[in-house]
Design a protein around this ligand. Structure first.
Ligand code: FES
Length: 303
């Protein structure tokens, strides 16, 4: 009893003292290096971190910028997006096809046939202009990508425990970025694209009525699968399939629980599918474009 009393009294006195002592020492050391407010350094991009925290945002900045530039260029081409039997995913589904363009999809591939006469002459006759806004909106409003580009493009903040690049009037998702709430609706469109991309991949198993397979076929199947894994790991989808229930494990044997578990597995790896699917969709377009130009040869069972 006596020992217990002594130990309790010791802890009651020493522990708070030691805690405050170490806090004061830490603050004193930090203030020798950086101005601090409430223990945090202030000033744009200031931090106590000593790791290469800036590397991730920098790579994101470069990759995203490169991707946006390439997609914009590819979408404005309106040609060489088809190399029988391969269709670039940037142009799928082909709504109209411009029969005068080189490397354009044949008319039976287009949902509404030949290019319409009402199309304004100042816009390029590119089917991608009908298509890319939906997957573009889906990616742009993705919860994972938001984190990535808020850090790299807006610097708000550039990283955990790194002070934001101060911008007067910047309100984040309470201002201009409020449209990010459209993500759940963009998801509905994105889900439609998955069977369409698989349909294109299955069409790539046949050329001139002959069944076969080529390198392009494999590339199209991998593309559809990566985009499917990325889409099925969406946070909004996880909410849709698992919403309404307070206790998911209470219905362990239900189909709903099974779907939710699988979506959760993909959701935990959302970033791991976000980047490969982004790279691969651009790579698929590059591959189809190079084959259509005749710059590279597609190895297949038809030739
Ligand atoms: S959260 Fe990333 S696709 Fe929905």
């Amino acid at each position: 009893m006596a020992r217990w009393l002594v130990r309790t009294a010791f802890n009651a006195i020493w522990m708070p003292c030691s805690y405050h002592f170490y806090t004061l020492v830490s603050l004193a050391m930090a203030t020798r290096h950086l101005p601090v407010v409430g223990g945090h350094p202030v000033g744009a991009v200031s931090t106590l971190r000593e790791d290469n925290w800036w590397l991730g945002p920098l790579v994101t900045l470069g990759v995203f910028s490169g991707f946006v530039v390439y997609v914009t260029w590819a979408a404005l081409q309106g040609e060489h997006y088809y190399a029988d039997p391969y269709l670039s995913p940037f142009y799928s589904p082909v709504v109209y096809t411009d029969l005068t363009a080189q490397g354009a999809a044949p008319v039976d591939h287009a949902w509404f046939g030949a290019w319409p006469a009402w199309w304004p002459g100042f816009l390029p006759a590119s089917p991608a202009l009908f298509i890319l806004m939906f997957p573009g909106l889906f990616r742009f409003t993705c919860y994972y990508y938001r984190k990535a580009y808020y850090r790299s493009f807006v610097g708000s903040p550039p990283g955990c425990s790194v002070a934001p690049i101060t911008r007067r009037g910047y309100k984040g998702e309470t201002g201009l970025m409020l449209f990010q709430n459209l993500h759940r609706y963009a998801l509905y469109f994105a889900l439609i694209y998955i069977p369409i991309l698989y349909y294109d991949a299955f069409l790539a198993l046949s050329k001139d009525g002959q069944l076969g397979i080529g390198v392009g076929t494999v590339i199209l199947f991998v593309n559809a699968s990566l985009i499917a894994f990325y889409t099925f790991g969406c946070h909004s989808l996880r909410h849709i399939v698992g919403g309404h229930d307070d206790c998911m494990s209470c219905g362990r044997n239900t189909i709903k629980y099974g779907i939710w578990k699988r979506v959760s597995w993909l959701n935990a790896r959302h970033m791991n599918f976000a980047w490969p699917s982004l790279f691969w969709v651009a790579f698929t377009d590059v591959y189809v474009r190079l084959v259509s130009h005749g710059i590279i040869h597609d190895y297949n069972t038809w030739n």
